[in-house]
Design a protein around this ligand. Structure first.
Ligand SMILES: C[S@@+](CC[C@H](N)C(=O)[O-])C[C@H]1O[C@@H](n2cnc3c(N)ncnc32)[C@H](O)[C@@H]1O
Length: 246
């Protein structure tokens, strides 16, 4: 994979929102007892269970695209082998805890040479809160790159989250984020399958919008319950488990 390919992928309009001091603010938004961190406890449980199901107790090499301050590298750390975090924002990469032993790659400035770091039987790719926020071209390029790193079609997996649209509670509430990008299940199917992936399973996380959870913390009881039910379609975030086609 050449450096130029990486650069092309990461020309995403989302980058501008997370530069400089915004990295620290993002970390602070995950302070203990915050809505974000309470949601993260529920969500990491869900993603850990997904990973356990596919890894059969072996530890995959983990690449996290748009890793931020390492939220997911950390949440899955005991289940993974080598850890690679790729982000465009150096301030974010600086916030990744040292003891996680993450190889940090700045997609804008670093030469990417991963082959020496990937030696497990299985590879895991994650990308959270990024895919649909990039430009459409950036999203497609990211999928192509992910597919390159998923070497083994029936063993390696990618786990990504996206905002799935209606009929989520958010789409009916006043809290709809203006301009937030969403796709329907049909569009997402086309998007993933059209870029060479098979959808292995879809799960959901986050039933209620952020504003409602902040105002009525009791709603978290439903959040925990919701994360355990089979896909119904109402979730704000969908979690897609993907494998590469042959
Ligand atoms: C909302 S944060 C999500 C971070 C992390 N995945 C998480 O779930 O906490 C979006 C991340 O995407 C990174 N990012 C934005 N544009 C990017 C780009 N063009 N290339 C690589 N990373 C980018 C930002 O620096 C930021 O860390």
């Amino acid at each position: 994979m050449s450096k130029d390919n990486i650069r092309k992928v990461y020309i995403g309009e989302y980058a501008s929102h997370f530069t400089g001091h915004a990295a620290k603010e993002y970390l602070e938004s995950y302070s203990p007892e915050s809505v974000n961190s309470k949601l993260h406890i529920i969500q990491s449980d869900l993603v850990r269970n997904i990973l356990k199901k596919y890894s059969n107790e072996s530890k995959p090499d983990h690449i996290d695209f748009a890793c931020g301050f390492g939220l997911w590298l950390s949440a899955l750390s005991d289940l993974t082998n080598s850890k690679i975090g790729i982000d465009i924002n150096e301030s974010m990469l600086d916030l990744i805890p040292k003891d996680l032993n993450v190889t940090k790659i700045n997609s804008k400035t670093d030469q990417i040479e991963l082959s020496n770091l990937l030696n497990s039987e299985m590879r895991l790719i994650t990308s959270f809160r990024f895919l649909l926020n990039s430009s459409p071209q950036g999203s497609t390029e990211l999928l192509k790159l992910m597919s390159n790193y998923l070497r083994h079609p029936s063993r390696d997996v990618a786990i990504v989250n996206v905002h799935g649209s209606n009929p989520s509670i958010r789409s009916f509430s006043k809290n709809v984020r203006k301009g937030g990008k969403q796709m329907s299940r049909k569009q997402l199917k086309k998007f993933f399958e059209g870029n060479g992936f098979s959808i292995i399973e879809v799960q959901e996380m986050q039933l209620f919008p952020y504003g409602l959870l902040k105002k009525y913390p009791l709603l978290f009881l439903f959040e925990s319950f919701f994360a355990r039910v089979k896909y119904v379609g109402f979730g704000i975030d969908k979690v897609y488990v993907l494998q590469r086609n042959q």
